[in-house]
Design a protein around this ligand. Structure first.
Ligand code: FAD
Length: 413
């Protein structure tokens, strides 16, 4: 790296959100010179994915996000390994009440798609190389962001060297832990759910037929997202939530014991659970940054808001944030404002605040309501389930959030 380099926009963190934002920016305005920096090497090969975003998880991509990815020109590649979710089945353990979101009701083929993160990584990182206005720096460690009058100065550790990078807009996309958020003195509100998610893939005896399952139990919610190109496939990505004190013990059970535990939690809708893959654990919290913008600095992705994964909202919300940020930057530029000027970033936040608020509240309430063994909350959740089936407005709200359209155009059932 040269001693001092200069870019219009520098994105710190090339995970799912940082990489998507780089592509959205580069496509929208080829004149913007964009730097994408990550602590881990970038790789778009089949076998090597170094960014933590692109691990062995799978992500539920909502219908609304598909539109953004189509505009970006990556949907065709992503769809090669996307499983369509034709229905979402919601149920409450120990009770017969349940609800069904059916894509047909909304005139759609799918309410969303499930894609392995490793494939998302391969497509996004492959696409980054197609833009001459994106420069990748990895592995490098951004050590600090110092505000300057019309931009920011990044101190970047590259090997043994420290290099300065000047930018008009610094985008912090360094993940939920976000050391840079802390270094900037930005506080975060943390609500610890006291839960841990076990993530793995499971196979079973009956075909999933494109159905995603969300099941709520007193120990916490679980989700099964269909995998495999055909509806006759018999494999799903599992997000199994447990109280933190028991999760590690369950994660370390042998395969037969783990499958037995899962069968007891989920029931027999997919027949018998037969196989389980490697298990990974994630502690679950709701973390929201108390500030997302400063002059020439903006936080996105997990650095801005880290959500419980069970409702599959985190990446979908961040993608909508990124789209909105790009729109605001374009509007600002058209009216002669400097890139990253506070009024431009405030415009972005004003436009996106409601979507963020609705989505964060939705996943938080869902988790709290459906993780509780307290009697009033059990009563409420039964009302909620009756509502899901009988009250169109409740069902429409749930469906819109699942499809990623709640903060956008209304899709009528
Ligand atoms: C178990 C689980 C399941 C999920 N399922 C879904 C789902 O179905 N649907 C959905 O919408 N969302 C889902 N999510 C949420 C989704 O995974 C996140 O929204 C997404 O991963 C956030 O990505 P990110 O790029 O913000 O952060 P990260 O993936 O954490 O990336 C941050 C990047 O920054 C880099 N970095 C950090 N510090 C520095 C530094 N100082 N200098 C340079 N680089 C740095 C890191 O190397 C990393 O590559 C799920 C989350 C979990 C945990």
């Amino acid at each position: 790296m040269p001693d001092l380099i200069s870019f219009d926009i520098a994105i710190i963190g090339g995970g799912m959100v940082g990489a998507s934002l780089a592509l959205l920016l580069a496509r929208q305005n080829p004149a913007w010179q964009i730097a994408l920096l990550d602590a881990q090497p970038f790789s778009d090969s089949d076998t090597q994915h170094f960014q933590p975003s692109f691990d062995s998880r799978s992500t539920a991509i909502a219908y609304g996000s598909v539109e953004i990815l189509q505009d970006l020109g990556v949907w065709q590649s992503l769809s090669q390994h996307a499983t369509a979710i034709s229905q979402v089945h919601v149920s409450d353990a120990g009770h017969f009440m349940g609800g069904l979101i059916d894509a047909n009701t909304y005139g759609l083929n799918a309410v969303g798609y499930v894609i392995p993160n490793a494939w998302i990584g391969r497509v996004l990182l492959g696409e980054l190389h197609n833009y001459t206005n994106i420069r990748l720096f990895a592995p490098v460690q951004v050590q600090s962001i110092k505000p300057r009058q019309l931009g920011a100065l990044l101190l970047v550790k590259s090997g043994e060297d420290i290099v300065e990078l000047q930018t008009k807009l610094a985008v912090v996309a360094d993940g939920g832990d976000s050391p840079l958020r802390r270094a900037l003195g930005i506080d975060s509100q943390i609500k610890d759910y006291g839960q841990t998610a076990i993530i793995t893939n499971v196979s079973y005896s009956e075909p999933h037929k494109g159905v995603a399952y969300e099941r709520f139990t007193a120990q916490g919610p679980l989700a099964l997202l269909p995998l495999g190109e055909k509806a006759s496939a018999k494999e799903s990505a599992l997000v199994l939530t447990l109280p933190r004190d028991t999760a590690h013990e369950i994660a370390e059970l042998n395969d037969a014991e783990f499958l037995h535990h899962l069968q007891a939690r989920f029931g027999n809708r997919l027949g018998r659970f037969l196989k389980v893959g490697k298990r990974h654990v994630y502690d679950l919290k709701l973390v929201t940054a108390t500030e997302q913008i400063r002059s020439h600095i903006v936080l996105v992705g997990n650095a801005a808001h880290f959500l419980h994964p069970v409702a599959g909202q985190g990446f979908n919300l961040s993608l909508r944030d990124c789209q909105c940020l790009v729109d605001a930057l374009m509007t600002g530029e058209a009216s002669g404002k400097s890139l990253g000027e506070l009024s431009v970033l405030q415009d972005y936040l004003d436009r996106q605040a409601l979507d963020q608020q609705i989505t964060i509240e939705f996943s938080d309430k869902l988790v709290r309501l459906f993780s509780s063994a307290s009697l009033p909350l059990i009563a409420l959740r039964h009302l909620g389930f009756v509502g899901l089936d009988l009250m169109p407005s409740v069902k429409t709200r749930f469906a819109a959030q699942t499809m990623g359209t709640a903060g956008r155009a209304y899709i009528s059932p």
